[in-house]
Design a protein around this ligand. Structure first.
Ligand code: ADP
Ligand code: TRP
Length: 319
């Protein structure tokens, strides 16, 4: 299957992102043709600080590579390195009814949150449709909030195909329903907008601070504790196999250890789990030339597919 996804370069990744989405993406690499890009054109709708956007894009690329995107298995590039997508975006705009965009939840939510209604924000789904359709994508793995955008891409593809014949492959969204919501340090959904995250690439000091801020109850040290609704346990279990989870449950039930002990244990789990990725992340960020080389390698492969698709489109539309 040809699977494509775009990743927003929006700040530091947390373990909710990892267990909720990145891990599934990495699993798809082996049996599919994966296309993955850093969506820096999309990020323009919410970031007008050029230096920051550039740095965020490099950080996102370093993060995803170090976590396991393999540029020899997947095509991995920076969206703005394959400019054909903007050309297709304009062409697709002619096949995008206003009503389709007016119904987009994500646009309505952003406006409700006080973002200025501009054309970029409004036409965001058309650019996303161009990302998807340019590469004959079959499957788009997404979080629930993005399903409607994939449906919009499908609607646009259908309209084009009705006019020009079978130009575009119809994409489908794939939502991983089994993935549970990862809780944050306050017990609500972990999210950078709630400032309750445990970050994958945090320094030791920040990691310690984030973990020590996890909310727990006030059961005294010597008493047995309930693991079921403990935020520390619920985060730790993500890193543990069944046997290890049972061992930790036994420690809770036995009493004699305080939440501080369990937090220390969680701290080690997170540190060990991401140790080699963190090392690679820092290496890549210290070597932007290598990072750019990897992104250019991916862009050259993506461009080849994009160019050949555009040739067919030019012919149909008379450009
Ligand atoms: P945030 O809420 O921190 O802004 P994003 O919306 O950027 O995170 O999420 C990026 C991806 O990570 C999405 O696919 C989303 O489903 C997944 N994700 C984010 N937070 C969690 C969480 N707490 N539990 C499970 N998956 C999550
Ligand atoms: N809109 C997506 C998000 O915010 C990012 C994205 C851009 C994307 N283009 C895409 C995702 C194409 C899937 C396919 O997460």
């Amino acid at each position: 299957m040809r699977v494509l996804t775009g990743l927003q370069p929006s700040g530091d990744l947390h373990i909710g992102n990892y267990f909720g989405s990145i891990k599934q993406m990495l699993n798809l690499q082996d049996d599919n043709q994966m296309l993955i890009f850093i969506a820096n054109y999309h990020a323009l709708t919410s970031n007008f600080n050029g230096a920051e956007l550039k740095q965020n894009s490099l950080k996102a690329a370093a993060a995803f590579l170090s976590l396991g995107i393999d540029p020899n298995k997947s095509i991995f590039w920076l969206q703005s390195d394959v400019k054909e997508v903007l050309e297709l975006y304009w062409i697709l705009s002619q096949f995008t009814p206003m009503g389709l965009l007016e119904r987009a939840h994500s646009y309505k939510d952003k406006i409700a949150k006080g973002l200025n209604a501009n054309h970029g924000l409004f036409s965001y789904p058309v650019l996303m449709a161009a990302d998807i359709l340019l590469f004959d994508t079959q499957i788009v793995p997404v979080g629930k909030d993005q399903i409607q955008h994939v449906e919009i891409a499908r609607d646009i593809a259908l309209k084009v195909n009705n006019t020009w014949g079978e130009i575009f492959t119809l994409p489908s969204a794939k939502v991983n329903e089994e993935v549970a919501v990862v809780v944050g340090t306050d017990g609500a959904k972990m999210s950078k907008s709630y400032k309750n995250t445990i970050d994958i690439f945090a320094s030791e000091k920040v990691l310690k601070k984030q973990i020590s801020s996890i909310k727990t109850d006030s059961t005294p040290l010597e008493e047995p504790k309930s693991w079921q609704d403990c935020n520390v346990y619920n985060i730790a279990k993500l890193f543990l196999n069944k046997q290890e989870q049972e061992n930790l449950q036994a420690r809770y039930q036995k009493g004699g250890e305080g939440y501080g002990h369990f937090k220390m244990y969680l701290n080690d789990l997170v540190k060990d789990y991401f140790a080699s990725a963190k090392n690679e992340y820092e290496n890549l960020l210290n070597n932007p030339a290598k990072l750019k080389e990897i992104l250019e390698f991916g862009a050259s492969k993506a461009k080849k597919i994009a160019k050949s698709k555009m040739e067919k489109i030019y012919e149909k539309i008379g450009l």
